[in-house]
Design a protein around this ligand. Structure first.
Ligand code: XMP
Length: 526
């Protein structure tokens, strides 16, 4: 008899178990650095600069990246890190202010040399730097600094310089300390992502393992551990966040999940049906779809004031949701589509206190619902949510859906919401969406939609004088909805949209284009 030795599989740490920690020193690009690291498929988290060496050790990170920061490391109140972080043996990259801080803390020198550098600069590498391995000896980088490192940390070697910043990068492989004065995270540094990859893969030996599939696996495990055999409730809004959150939970605990979809009648054309078809029909997720259109319309009757509309839709939504939840009996957990950006905004990287994102973006859920929260998107940026959605098989249309306000079409009718106006607006919006998609512009636009100001103007159709509503086309480009520019849609496309709307929709005789930016306008009209 021969004994066979069976090797037990060695469990690789999941990407989230060994993150790269981006230490936030207050620079405007800290979040962007975290995202770029993730784009290199290495999991990263933003942490406060007050992070302690013990906290860092506990996370067992592959690397630390010190972000940019305010003007000067010498200024009063300038953010610092515990210098013991440099002694942990964790590969550390300082960027801009982060680099200067390292120099200052480690026996180098930072000075105001009188030469500030803002914008593009030509970087020349010197010798064989690990950060620049495989990259051209001369490259364009983006600089934004007044102070400069005038002496690198003791023992570090200067590996790149620019005409006005002779010490633009240093390396100390012995202590695993690295610094760059330029910003590798911005698009204006064409090889920036390669520099980051050299640091992550080559120096920190972090594998590119953070993939949508890995996220799903990790979250599924976490959700199972969190909810056990309890029942879970999830509200679907028709948007991408709640859909992805629901699919993750369904993958984890199957029929322990019940989704509730409240159709308030203020969605775009066919959206309500799509929720039912996709979730109930295609994914077989237990789904309660509540047809509450009439309740919402009744409460909106006679209301013209935008904030009052918002409040009514929010309140009524909660009421319906609560009624349905009560019917389900003993449900312990509620799914929330909180994103990493919400987490950062609400607690910053300090305490990372979870602010509960209003579930449907319409005013939040009742505080007295005594349920624990399941937040499977808590570590993800929006674009990562979309990629996870794709991996989970969510239809492309859904994954890439433009943002849509919780109060829906009610705030795109300027004036009272009536069934007739809703029908007109929905039809106009559907034409607009269809043509924008056909023109291949849907994903390029942050939002594109129709607005119905409840006024009437004179027109002529056949031999008849008409007195009907106008439709306003609103299309904007934006990064984050804080600012937006009106989209320069091609005339041909505008022409098609306009003629289709006036010809196909009775009750409309005029189409106008909104050519205002935000600020001073807003994206929505109400
Ligand atoms: P504004 O109109 O303020 O919109 O430029 C910025 C972004 O927020 C969306 N928006 C809302 N989303 N409930 C929401 O869930 C609302 O009441 C609401 N109002 C505006 C808007 O569509 C844009 O993306």
């Amino acid at each position: 008899m021969s004994a066979e030795v069976v090797r037990l599989p060695v469990r690789e740490p999941s990407p989230e178990e060994r993150p790269v920690l981006v230490v936030d020193l207050g620079g405007q690009y800290s979040q962007l650095i975290a995202r770029r690291v993730r784009e290199a498929r290495v999991f990263s988290e933003l942490v406060s600069h007050s992070v302690t060496p013990d906290e860092v050790r506990a996370r067992n990170p592959y690397a630390l990246i010190l972000s940019g920061g305010p003007a000067s490391v010498y200024a009063e109140g300038a953010p610092h890190v515990d210098p013991a972080l440099y002694e942990l043996g964790v590969p550390t990259l300082g960027i801009c202010y982060g680099m200067q801080l390292m120099a200052q803390d480690l026996g180098g020198r930072v000075d105001r040399t009188g030469v500030s550098e803002f914008g593009k600069a030509s970087l020349e590498t010197e010798g064989e730097g690990a950060l620049f391995a495989g990259l051209p000896a001369q490259q364009t980088v983006w600089m934004s600094h007044r102070d400069s490192v005038v002496a690198p940390p003791a023992g570090a070697r200067v590996v790149a310089g620019s005409p006005s910043t002779p010490i633009a990068a240093f390396e100390d492989p012995e202590r695993a300390l690295y610094g760059v004065q330029f910003h590798p995270e911005v698009v204006h540094t064409p090889y920036g992502q390669d520099v980051l990859k050299n640091f992550l893969y080559g120096i920190a030996a972090a594998p590119p393992a953070w993939t949508p599939a890995a996220v799903i696996e990790e979250q599924v495990e976490r959700i199972r551990a969190q909810v056990g055999s309890d029942r879970v409730l999830c509200g679907l809004s028709g948007g991408v966040d709640s859909a992805v959150a629901a699919l993750l939970v369904y993958k984890a605990v199957g029929e322990q999940l019940t989704c509730v979809f409240v159709d308030h009648g203020l969605m775009r054309e066919n959206e309500g049906e799509q929720v039912v078809e996709t979730f109930g029909g295609h994914f077989h997720v237990p789904l309660v779809a509540v047809q509450a259109q009439e309740r919402f319309l009744a409460r909106l009757a006679g209301i013209e004031e935008p904030e009052e509309k918002r409040m009514i839709v929010g309140e009524e939504f909660i009421r319906v949701f609560e009624e349905e939840a009560a019917k389900l009996g003993d449900v312990r957990w509620l799914v929330q589509g909180t994103l990493y950006s919400d987490v950062i905004e609400s607690g910053g990287t300090e305490g990372v206190a979870a602010k509960i994102k209003s579930h449907h973006n319409v005013g939040g859920l009742p505080a007295d619902m005594k349920m624990g929260l399941v937040e499977p998107l808590r570590l993800l940026f929006k674009d990562e949510v979309r990629r996870v959605g794709e991996e989970l098989g969510l239809p492309e249309r859904w994954v890439w859906r433009q943002p849509f306000p919780g109060p829906g079409l009610s705030i795109r009718i300027i004036g009272e919401v009536t069934p007739e106006r809703l029908e007109i607006l929905r039809a106009a919006d559907a034409i607009l969406q269809e043509e924008v998609r056909k023109a291949g512009l849907y994903r390029e636009l942050w939002q594109s939609f129709a607005v119905l100001p409840a006024i009437k103007s004179v027109g002529v159709q056949g031999d008849e004088r008409t007195y009907a509503y106008p439709i306003v086309i609103r299309a904007v480009t934006s990064e984050d909805a804080m600012t937006a520019d009106w989209a320069r849609l091609p005339y041909e496309l505008l022409d098609t949209i306009s003629s289709r709307i006036v010809n196909e929709i009775p009750g409309v005789n005029r189409v106008a284009l909104d050519i205002s930016s935000k600020p001073p306008s807003t994206i929505e009209w109400e």
